[in-house]
Ligand binder design. Structure first.
Ligand SMILES: Cc1cc2nc3c(=O)[nH]c(=O)nc-3n(C[C@H](O)[C@H](O)[C@H](O)COP(=O)(O)OP(=O)(O)OC[C@H]3O[C@@H](n4cnc5c(N)ncnc54)[C@H](O)[C@@H]3O)c2cc1C
Length: 176
């Protein structure tokens, strides 16, 4: 069984600055559901929610880079279920992480579980788990391909475009 921790690690960002990291890549941390909002639904009627989870300390940051993702684990119907999600909040946000989740209508797993969580409930989170690291300024042009909730990491790239640099971005998106 994985050890649960509230231990605070540090991570170094792309500019070499050290930050406190709320999560650990190999150990679970309890985070608290702070906000749950239905933002849309798919053509087939699956609701799409934004979930905001608070870290144990409000000054902590996610500790991962855009392009990486996190894992969430819960005990559902006596089974340990672990799923991966792409943060839609920015790595520099303090005290919380947000994810965008399509709730499968028949879900017996995590998306259904998340949609039934009450504000204030805790769940285990770990990260960064994997992914690639996008470095702002590396590219002048970007082509983003996504489908369904694969849009989630693209939203984060959109946020990064706030940086005072000029990019040419093409986004191809399909949702059913
Ligand atoms: C890198 C990565 C990033 C992701 N990011 C997002 C995101 O930002 N937003 C989002 O909505 N979804 C994301 N997903 C998908 C997400 O991890 C879940 O698969 C999704 O929420 C459905 O989970 P569920 O347990 O509700 O599935 P259910 O509808 O309950 O699952 C139906 C069946 O499929 C199986 N199943 C479903 N998902 C998985 C899985 N991941 N691994 C093994 N078996 C599975 C279940 O065991 C079950 O038998 C991401 C997946 C990956 C790999």
């Amino acid at each position: 069984m994985n050890k649960i921790t509230e231990r605070i690690e540090t991570f170094t960002d792309l500019e070499g600055i050290k930050h406190k990291s709320a999560l650990h890549p190999n150990e679970w941390t309890f985070v608290t559901l702070a906000k749950k909002e239905k933002v849309s639904s798919t053509k087939s009627g699956c609701p799409i929610y934004t979930f905001r989870f608070s870290f144990p300390h409000e000054t902590d940051q996610l500790g991962s880079f855009s392009g990486q993702y996190i894992a969430i684990q819960a005990k559902i119907n006596n089974k340990i279920v672990k799923r991966f999600y792409s943060p839609t909040s920015t790595p520099s946000d303090h005290g919380f992480v947000e994810i965008l989740v399509k709730v499968n209508l028949e879900s017996t797993g995590m998306s259904g579980y998340l949609s039934k969580m009450e504000i204030g409930e805790k769940i285990k989170m770990m990260g960064p788990v994997d992914g690639f690291i996008y470095k702002p300024g590396n590219f002048k042009q970007m082509v983003l391909l996504s489908a369904g909730v694969g849009l989630s990491p693209m939203i984060l790239f959109q946020v990064l475009l706030i940086f005072p640099m000029k990019y040419h971005v093409s986004l191809f998106f399909e949702n059913s």
